[in-house]
Design a protein around this ligand. Structure first.
Ligand code: 4AD
Ligand code: MG
Length: 431
């Protein structure tokens, strides 16, 4: 067999005969020449089969190929400035692996439910592939950022005995004779880890049984949760803006072709550099009322409010100092104004909504005890968490980034369902 390679690396094989395992994306014929649009997951290349230059059986094999048939194609790599990739293959041999009949996804338009029912095949499309490549680059950049900033990766559990973010959207399961829940957030465990390792981050799946059918909600989504000992709210905000700038600029640098494939306006991303604007909850309330929204202090923002605030900025914006009343039990009150907490949500531009939620955590054992009582949380279940304050408590802060919302924003997609290979949404557990 000739030298086996992948489409992404044909530039290293100009003038050589190579073999590529591939699928037929599309095919054109002029009678004497067949043009095979081939894909192998790493890219696309055109294979040119010339009737007068190949044995009869190669010509016939090429003729029989259908959309999504699989094959080993052999040929000589040539530079071809007119092709998008810059290269082309002059085909000399074809070994058919499988001739596909009636591939369900044709070049015509399909509805979203049909595509989601065929998600396992839809992933092969150019755009879906590009999104998954960008998602992988975002994950790579996240890990690089934290590894280079002195964080240690720690893995919190998936099965948990208690809630971290309120009890209304827990996914219940049995744990032998006990009750258990799929994790909503690894935060409480990451606080324990920060007391052991200083700066830590987690990256894993989280679950919310939310009856929300919006373009921003998944039932199963991936979250990145850094936690930092000896770090106040202000320092945490600086980490967050550096972090997001780094991710976006990594994608701009390393995924230009994929961004072009999905039609993203790259100039909007190039502009995403720290520092990011900050407004307080109070200022946001005033802004909304000045701009035609009727909004009462003490209410939480909905999607239209977040979008209105985001539209006033061309970078992500932090909204800080929310009322304690509707935020999580563990957030530290502002010492100068205890009715608000030292927290921030980062709202992405262009209407993508909240991508980060974070806060400084309560470090005072008495206040934490009081919060447990106010929130009707059982002290037995959280005793271990109280221990973190009993034994060497320190100021600490952390945040959670939702991966899928970040991918949706960076890719400019109108729904999070395309940001994850197999989305779990309110009405979908298949495929
Ligand atoms: O704001 P949330 O609920 O914060 C926490 O869970 C904290 N414990 C994080 C921390 O401080 N360690 O969720 C964090 C982020 C949100 O900003 C959003 O990006 C994403 O997780 N998120 C969702 N993404 C998709 N579908 C859902 N149902 C989501 N819920 C939250
Ligand atoms: Mg939140």
């Amino acid at each position: 067999m000739a030298n086996k390679t992948v489409i992404k690396r044909v530039n290293e094989h100009v003038g050589e005969t190579v073999v590529i395992g591939s699928w037929v994306n599309n095919k054109r014929s002029s009678g004497k020449i067949q043009f095979l649009q081939l894909r192998d997951g790493t890219g696309y290349i055109q294979g040119v089969v010339v009737k007068s230059e190949v044995p009869e059986e190669v010509w016939e094999a090429a003729k029989s190929l259908t959309q999504e048939s699989s094959l080993y194609v052999t040929g000589i790599i040539r530079e071809e400035p007119r092709s998008q990739s810059g290269y082309e293959m002059t085909v000399t041999g074809i070994e058919i692996l499988h001739l596909t009949e009636n591939y369900p996804i044709t070049p015509k338009e399909h509805g979203i439910d049909y595509l989601m029912d065929h998600r396992h095949l839809w992933l092969r499309s150019n755009k879906q592939r590009a999104i998954l490549v960008i998602r992988a680059e975002i994950i790579r950049a996240i890990q690089q950022f934290f590894n280079e900033s002195g964080f240690t990766k720690v893995d919190p559990p998936i099965l948990t005995p208690t809630s971290a973010e309120g009890t209304t959207n827990l996914f219940h399961t049995k744990y032998f004779d006990e009750d258990a829940y799929l994790t909503q957030s690894g935060q409480l465990y990451m606080e324990a880890a920060a007391m052991a390792l200083g700066r830590v981050y987690s990256f894993g799946p989280t679950f919310r049984a939310e009856k929300s059918k919006t373009r921003r909600h998944l039932i199963e989504f991936w979250m990145i949760e850094p936690e930092m000992a000896f770090t106040d709210h202000e320092e945490s905000l600086r980490v967050q803006e550096e972090f997001i700038s780094f991710i976006v600029q990594s994608v701009v640098q390393n995924c230009r072709a994929e961004l072009e494939t999905i039609g993203r306006d790259i100039s909007k991303l190039e502009n995403i550099k720290a520092p990011f604007p900050r407004i307080t909850y109070d200022e946001a309330v005033k802004f909304l009322n000045d701009n035609g929204h009727e909004f009462t202090w003490g209410d939480d923002f909905g999607a239209p409010h977040e979008t209105a605030i985001a539209e006033a900025h061309d970078k992500p914006v932090f909204i800080t100092h929310y009322p304690a009343s509707f935020k999580a039990f563990y957030m530290k009150p502002d010492p100068n104004r205890p009715e608000v907490v030292l927290c921030a949500d980062m709202i992405a531009p262009e209407g993508y909504g909240e991508i980060i939620g974070g806060s400084q955590r309560i470090d005072d054992p008495e206040l934490l005890q009081q919060r447990f009582e106010e929130h009707n949380l059982s002290m037995d279940a959280y005793k271990w968490y109280m221990d973190l304050r009993t034994y060497g408590t320190v100021p600490h802060s952390g945040f959670g980034l939702g991966l899928e919302r970040t991918v949706a924003w960076i890719c400019g997609l109108d729904h999070v369902r395309e940001t994850i290979p197999f989305p779990r949404t309110l009405y979908r557990l298949y495929p």
